[in-house]
Write a protein that binds this ligand. Structure first.
Ligand code: NDP
Ligand code: MG
Ligand code: MG
Length: 336
């Protein structure tokens, strides 16, 4: 069994009196900054001029250029998009990483795939919440938390591990459980999870189910409710009590259908494909492709995104959700 840490097992004062720079104020940044502030930590936000800067000021934080925030902080948490981190790190963070400071990530991508090489005399660790940033904030505000992983890459001061746990406690994750891992394990499992199950696997499954019903002549609105809307209700049951809890709540007919038809949809072939996806993550093929895609200005990313946003599932969904004000997203996404 993995070691899981909770509130009582944290050395609280190791970050006491330390200044924490949160670099980036997006999905993770705003959540870390606000949770840490609520827990009494001294937080400064590092940004460039723009939307996030205005938002962080509105939320009452001191906001500075990345270099200035990195210079005055003892702990620098990098919450920029993964594909931008190496450049900002080199120009604005590294020059200010003096002896004994801590460089922190929420995902191991840039360290693990060799895009960032920190100086030897700073602590380097990650604290990776296992959930979207907006839920990191929302669950914390409601008295809960999302669990997190932590890992130490470099322990220059002898206190990196305590700092990591204290940071995880600061964002609230010790309420839910914090697990120790390595940069390799966090990076590879995180990429695999989002590609095969949470994001890629789920969107592909939902679309395939929707298309199957619509192509068979059923109403798209019925197909939308069946394959997308209701998924949330099912996932809530899974989240609360695992497979058995969900199966307890559904009809025995549904449970029998689950047993006999689930394995017909997700087959040995699917698992073989998952193993190939994992191999591409492990051998660096995925990372290389993503770094290159960004260097080229994201031609494929943008083209696929445009097609996806026009999918019938999305168009029907927008119309139906407009009639359900109680399911509106907290943040409106502009669809191009
Ligand atoms: P977002 O894209 O939501 O936010 C990025 C932030 O960085 C924005 O505030 C953006 O500001 C700012 N930024 C971008 N470029 C620069 C720049 N050149 N200089 C200064 N600021 C800049 O990122 P995420 O929160 O999704 O991801 C951050 C990290 O957290 C990543 O490592 C990711 O893997 C990890 N992570 C993310 C999760 C998530 O839920 N999204 C889950 C777990 C980990 P602006 O408004 O100016 O563009
Ligand atoms: Mg993740
Ligand atoms: Mg991820």
């Amino acid at each position: 069994m993995a070691n899981v840490y909770y509130q009582h097992s944290v050395e609280k004062n190791v970050l006491e009196g330390k200044k924490i720079a949160i670099v980036g104020y997006g999905s993770q940044g705003h959540a870390h900054a606000q949770n840490l502030r609520d827990n009494g930590f001294d937080v400064v936000i590092g940004l460039r001029q723009g939307k996030s800067w205005e938002k962080a000021v509105e939320d009452g934080f001191p906001v500075k250029a990345v270099a200035d925030a990195a210079q005055e902080a003892d702990v620098v948490m990098v919450l920029l998009p993964d594909e931008r981190q190496a450049e900002v790190y080199e120009n604005e963070i590294e020059p200010h990483l003096t002896v004994g400071k801590a460089l922190v990530f929420a995902h191991g991508f840039n360290i693990h795939f060799g895009q960032i090489t920190p100086p030897e005399d700073v602590d380097v660790f990650l604290v990776a919440p296992k959930g979207p940033g907006h839920l990191v904030r929302r669950t914390f505000s409601e008295g809960g938390a999302v669990p997190a992983l932590f890992a130490v890459y470099q322990d220059a001061t002898g206190t990196a591990r305590e700092k990591a746990l204290s940071y995880a406690d600061g964002i609230g994750s010790t309420r839910a459980g914090v697990l120790e891992t390595t940069f390799k394990e966090e990076t590879e499992t995180d990429l695999f999870g989002e590609q095969a199950v949470l994001c890629g696997g789920t969107t592909a499954l939902v679309k395939a189910g929707f298309e199957t019903l619509v192509e068979a002549g059923y109403q798209p609105e019925v197909a939308y409710f069946e394959c997308l809307h209701e998924l949330k209700l099912i996932v809530d049951l899974l989240y609360e009590g695992g497979l058995a809890n969900m199966r307890y709540s559904i009809s025995d007919t549904a449970q029998w259908g689950d047993f006999v038809s689930g394995p017909r949809v997700v087959t040995d072939e699917t698992k073989k494909a998952m193993k190939e996806v994992l191999a591409d993550i492990q051998n660096g093929t995925f990372a290389k492709g993503w770094i290159e895609e960004n260097k080229n200005g994201r031609p494929q990313f943008n083209a696929i995104n445009e097609v996806e946003n026009k999918h019938q599932l999305e168009e029907v969904g927008r119309e139906l959700r407009d009639m359900m004000p109680f399911v509106q997203p907290k943040v409106k996404v502009e669809v191009k």
